[in-house]
Design a protein around this ligand. Structure first.
Ligand code: PLP
Length: 398
């Protein structure tokens, strides 16, 4: 009889957003007349910008004519898109060649698939609170995972230290869920550490477009030595509203070599075996993101989410709740009031004011007692949620 991958038995049996969905559904059934304000799951609410829509239409038109029709696409990505992304990096002072850029169907796919490159005996270091897929993808592959708690005292940014040992290091900046962003000095410490240990950093840059302070790195390749120790995983999901359209890219420099194996060459081999490329139409839409007009339009949308962040930050300031994030990231990470547990706070907000957030405990044990708000909702819902929060939690006059 075939043996299943029994590592699946080691997965924690609940998926955070599934649990939230179940609770919200039960509440909705019991209270059908009440509107629910969803400040939880990190999906976008604004549609694709018009430059992208035009690109997608162009792609469809091209597929309708013999002269412009595309069949299978190159597995590692269309040259026009790889070049557009390389140009985009160049404009920010980072030299990446198109052959170092791999077009993907999104960051989640890559975060799972990329593990094919590493021996199963290699261990993963995951600073927590973290995006749950990092741990789960490694558990499925039977790999050892070392969670490392990050703390408010360190602004939720992990620091390398000699007591840690791991081959794969997950860093996410801006971070989901905490909104923490590495500055160059702190990130350089990880790059130096990884080079010294021969480890590889999987740098999740899904939220880089939300960084507004010019000195903060938007790519790990802004740092000296990153080309020999890092893989950068990017997504157009939050940058340009592609959550349902699906597109991302991954950067593996030619200098990333371990035991004479070029990780770039291995990934080419992997992609040419396991994929047949991303849809031509979607890649046309994606290329529009990297035009001047596309950049202007996506930043107009990002500005709407940033305004949502300001509305929520003002509400939390008014109530006197500690939080971080929200400035260079689309998430706010707050301390639950009155030492409440994070699911307890979730239930309170759902039952009393119909506001749904994400319990911090879902992002690792050290997230207990914290709570995440996303800024991707509509401005109207965000304002109403903020108003209800203040109403419920403002300090009572004695
Ligand atoms: N990485 C992080 C940190 C995320 O928060 C998300 C999605 O929420 C992803 C990756 C997945 O992005 P994608 O939609 O490109 O699969």
């Amino acid at each position: 009889m075939i043996r299943p991958n029994t590592n699946y038995g080691n997965l924690k049996d609940s998926y955070l957003f599934y649990n939230i969905g179940q609770k919200v559904e039960a509440y909705r059934k019991a209270n059908p007349e009440k509107k629910i304000y969803r400040m939880g799951i990190g999906d976008v609410s604004l549609p694709l910008c018009s430059a992208v829509i035009q690109g997608l239409h162009q792609g469809v038109e091209d597929q309708a004519k013999r002269e412009t029709f595309h069949g299978y696409m190159p597995e590692c990505g269309a040259p026009f898109l790889r070049e557009a992304i390389a140009d985009h990096y160049r404009q920010r002072g980072v030299e990446i060649s198109p052959e170092e850029i791999f077009i993907s169907g999104g960051a989640s796919d890559e975060l799972g698939d990329i593990l094919d490159l590493f021996d199963r005996q290699s261990a993963a270091l995951v600073p927590e609170p973290a995006y749950p897929a990092y741990v789960d993808a490694n558990v499925m592959a039977g790999r050892k995972v070392y969670p490392v708690a990050t703390l408010a005292e360190n602004s939720f940014l992990p620091e390398p230290d000699e007591s840690l040992s791991a081959d794969l290091i997950y860093l996410c900046s801006p971070n989901n869920p905490t909104g923490a962003v590495f500055d160059k000095k702190r990130l350089q410490k990880w790059v130096d550490y990884a080079n010294q240990k021969g480890a590889i950093i999987l740098f999740d840059a899904a939220y880089e477009a939300f960084i507004e302070e010019p000195d903060l790195p938007r790519s790990i390749f802004e740092l000296e030595g990153a080309r020999t120790c890092a893989i950068e995983i990017c997504s157009l999901s939050k940058t340009a509203g592609f959550t349902g359209t699906r597109l991302g890219y991954t950067v593996i420099a030619k200098e990333l070599v371990r035991q004479e194996f070029s990780l770039n060459a291995m990934w080419v081999r992997n992609r040419t075996t396991k994929t047949n490329g991303v849809s031509y139409i979607i890649q046309r839409g994606g290329a529009a993101v990297f035009t001047q007009e596309g950049q202007r339009q996506i930043h107009e949308n990002i500005a709407v989410y940033k305004q949502n962040a300001r509305v929520l930050m003002q509400a939390l300031d008014q109530i006197g709740i500690w939080y971080c994030g929200g400035k260079n990231a689309p998430y706010l990470w707050l301390k639950c009031p009155d030492n409440m547990g994070s699911w307890e706070f979730f239930d309170l907000l759902l039952n009393e004011i119909q506001v749904v957030g994400t319990p911090g405990a879902g992002f690792g044990e050290c997230g207990e007692g914290y709570f995440r708000f996303s800024t991707f909702g509509s401005p109207e819902d965000t304002q109403e949620a903020a108003r209800r929060l203040v109403e419920l939690l403002k300090p009572k006059k004695s």
